[in-house]
Design a protein around this ligand. Sequence first.
Ligand code: FES
Length: 150
Amino acid sequence: MAEFEPKIIAFCCYYCAYSAADLAGSMRLQYPANVRLVELPCTGKVDVRVLLGAFEEGADGVYVAGCLEGDCHFLKGNIRARKRVEYTKKLLDEIGVGGERLEMYNLSSSMGPRFAEIAREFTERIKGLGPSPLNRGYSPTKEEKAGEQR
Ligand code: FES
């Protein structure tokens, strides 16, 4: 049987994590292809709806990577993001998806090796958890899909 390959979405701040990912690439550091990056102007842009939406759309794991605390270019965007991530983790626990499928990290643009390390660690964590309960054989009926479009 083929090994489970999770789909992981990483919401990355342009000023830090996204640049760190670029640096990791320049340094030819390997990190799993499971991680798909979404560039944001600041992690303050993520909210509960966006995080839950990623899981609804098929992610097995999601993480948010923002600037180091005190270094956010929009002052408190990363602090707000952390609060939203913590709140969403509780919601994921309550609905049975599991809060451990969501995480918040802080790093600077010079931390390319740390970026690659986070991507590897988080991918291993999600592999250990297996597919998201939302991805285990459920497919919406035509009626449910039609209801979503109303
Ligand atoms: Fe990077 Fe706000 S500008 S987290």
